[in-house]
Design a protein around this ligand. Structure first.
Ligand SMILES: [Zn+2]
Ligand SMILES: [Zn+2]
Length: 399
């Protein structure tokens, strides 16, 4: 089917996408609590005539658009939860839900997906294959919405999946992509050291958890520098160490919390083992006890090489080639990785920054906002990739 028709339709729908985004922006909902948002999405998709399944893996919504001609199935994923942040933007579409804000652009992702859906629905008869819109709840909060959605069959019959994220480190009109691991696995641990408290003047009668904790903080930081292959990226950060309240009392317990980010699956589990080993032996050496709760979170996000190549070509039909850049991977995390762990997928960033208009604050900032032109760019690149995938795969079927 003719791509230019879809692009023209998206241009025509731009104002509506802005309106949709602003409505969602005004009524943000926290992860796992997205009641209104899920309903707005399901109602919109139903009105377009799509087959809609809601409460997928929780509050997820899966909407299926079957083309008039046979072909493969491609999915577009958009997350829709917001964050516990008080918005500091003074705009007509400012959040009306106190303490909750779309500070990660998931309102934009949703508006993009709905815009694409409406554009394709207008040409449903001419479409070869099927497009599935995967509206995902709860991306921001572990254990996330992606995993239960996959387990609840969101990807059944889907051959490939694409997603984009707003990016305020990148000017509007540009995209970032990469054909390898682009975001890390994110795991957390919580450790309680249990000793014997007492008077600060009589440490020999106590088991001092502060001293043991200090040793552990130091030793655990050496896991990455001494036990991980230097060519494999990893980071361990201890973000909390709490114990004691006053100068002359040795407390009975101490609490340490940390996060571990990795790209490589083996390194991920090696670090978890080292943390357990070092904790066990350090604590035992001083005669204390411990509880260690190690939580494996989102896996690393790995893009599919072939699909990413297809995406880059598809993006070149929308944006000048010099605006399509290879991105540097980073240790952020994203549960889109559960989708790409199940089927081939690729995830890219759509530039949403505009210095002149003041859209420069990064995501999760109380002043985060985007140049809404990004809605049109993101929608066109995703639509272009979906069409190329369906066309390519339909050709393959003919051979
Ligand atoms: Zn976020
Ligand atoms: Zn996000």
């Amino acid at each position: 089917m003719d791509k230019s028709k879809i692009f023209a339709k998206i241009d025509q729908l731009f104002a509506e996408m802005v309106e949709l985004r602003r409505d969602l922006h005004m009524y943000p909902e926290l992860s796992f609590q997205e009641e209104r948002t899920a309903k707005v999405i399901a109602d919109y998709q139903r009105q377009l005539g799509l087959e809609v399944r809601d409460h997928v893996g929780g509050r997820g919504v899966v909407a299926t658009l079957r083309g008039g001609k046979p072909g493969k199935t491609v999915a577009i994923r958009a997350d829709f939860d917001a964050l516990p942040i008080q918005e500091e933007n003074d705009v007509p579409y400012k959040s009306k839900n106190s303490g909750v804000m779309h500070a990660c652009g998931h309102d934009a992702h949703t508006a993009i997906a709905l815009g694409i859906s409406k554009a394709f629905a207008a040409y449903q008869d001419q479409l070869c294959g099927t497009i599935v819109f995967i509206h995902q709840h709860a991306e921001e909060q572990d254990p996330g919405g992606a995993k239960p959605m996959v387990e609840d069959g969101a990807l059944t019959g889907v051959d490939a999946i694409f997603a984009t994220h707003m990016e305020n480190y990148l000017p509007v009109g540009h995209v970032w992509h990469n054909d390898q691991v682009i975001l890390g696995a994110s795991d957390d641990f919580e450790l309680t050291i249990k000793g014997v408290g007492g008077h600060g003047a009589f440490p020999h009668d106590t088991t001092d958890v502060i001293q043991i904790g200090a040793q552990l903080v130091s030793s655990l930081h050496q896991v990455v520098s001494r036990k991980v292959d230097p060519l494999k990226p990893a980071v361990l950060t201890i973000g909390a160490f709490q114990a004691g309240e006053t100068a002359n009392v040795i407390p009975g317990s101490a609490r340490i919390e940390g996060t571990v980010r990795t790209f490589d699956e083996d390194v991920r589990y090696q670090i978890a083992d080292w943390i357990k080993q070092i904790t066990k032996h350090t604590v035992a050496a001083f005669g204390a006890d411990f509880d260690l709760d190690y939580k494996f979170g989102y896996p690393a996000l790995k893009n599919d090489r072939a699909l990413n190549q297809l995406l880059v070509k598809a993006a070149a039909d929308v944006l000048p080639e010099q605006n399509i850049h290879v991105m540097e991977p980073n240790m952020g995390a994203e549960d889109f990785s559960y989708f790409t762990g199940a089927i081939p997928g690729t995830y890219f960033f759509t530039g949403s920054a505009n210095k002149e208009k003041g859209f420069t604050y990064p995501y999760h900032h109380p002043k985060f906002d985007i140049d809404e032109t990004a809605l049109r760019n993101g929608a066109k690149v995703l639509a272009s990739a979906a069409l190329d995938f369906l066309a390519e795969r339909s050709d393959e079927q003919k051979v």
